[in-house]
Design a protein around this ligand. Structure first.
Ligand SMILES: [Zn+2]
Ligand SMILES: [Zn+2]
Length: 168
């Protein structure tokens, strides 16, 4: 498959453990819609590192309609709300998402700085400081709670899937 923006070959890489396709020239990423939310939640060493990647890899948001690298159909634009505030391109058939250079890091960064991301970071710090017994107890309690509320993940899901509109 080739990059939908600059036509360079896409390379299959692991981005923080997630398989994605990456354009080595314009630094865009192609990944399954179902993986976007998980990818943005993976832990980075530092927020500074993420910020650096956003700066280093930032490319102008693709304005024109691009075609899916896999099936060559036109991709649909979706706006991901604040704090990420970016346009992503989705293939309605393959459910592949194209993120321009720097956008994947921006999604991760916006999660890290969101209340949900801050809570997650705080949880990680606390869990790491716990004894094994306290940790087991904590995990038990946590499993009783309902996960997630109005986080960026929900916004992203909404942006990706649209208001109740499904493509499958
Ligand atoms: Zn490219
Ligand atoms: Zn497609």
């Amino acid at each position: 498959m080739n990059c939908p923006v600059c036509s360079s070959p896409l390379h299959r890489i692991l981005y923080e453990g997630f398989p994605v396709f990456r354009c080595m020239k314009c630094h865009g990423h192609l990944l399954a819609e179902s993986r976007v939310e998980a990818a943005q939640r993976v832990r980075r060493e530092t927020v500074e590192q993420l910020k650096q990647e956003v700066v280093d890899e930032a490319r102008p948001d693709t304005q024109e309609t691009i075609r899916c690298p896999r099936c060559h159909r036109k991709m649909t634009k979706r706006f991901v709300q604040e704090p990420a505030a970016l346009n992503i391109d989705i293939c309605p058939d393959c459910r592949l998402v194209w993120l321009d250079g720097g956008e994947l890091a921006r999604l991760q960064l916006s999660y890290e700085i969101s209340p949900a991301g801050q809570d997650a970071a705080e949880h990680r710090r606390r869990i790491e400081a716990m004894t094994p017994e306290a940790k087991a107890e904590f995990e038990r309690n946590l499993s009783k709670l309902k996960a997630d509320d109005g986080s960026l993940g929900a916004l992203l899901r909404e942006a990706l899937i649209g208001g109740g509109q499904h493509w499958s």
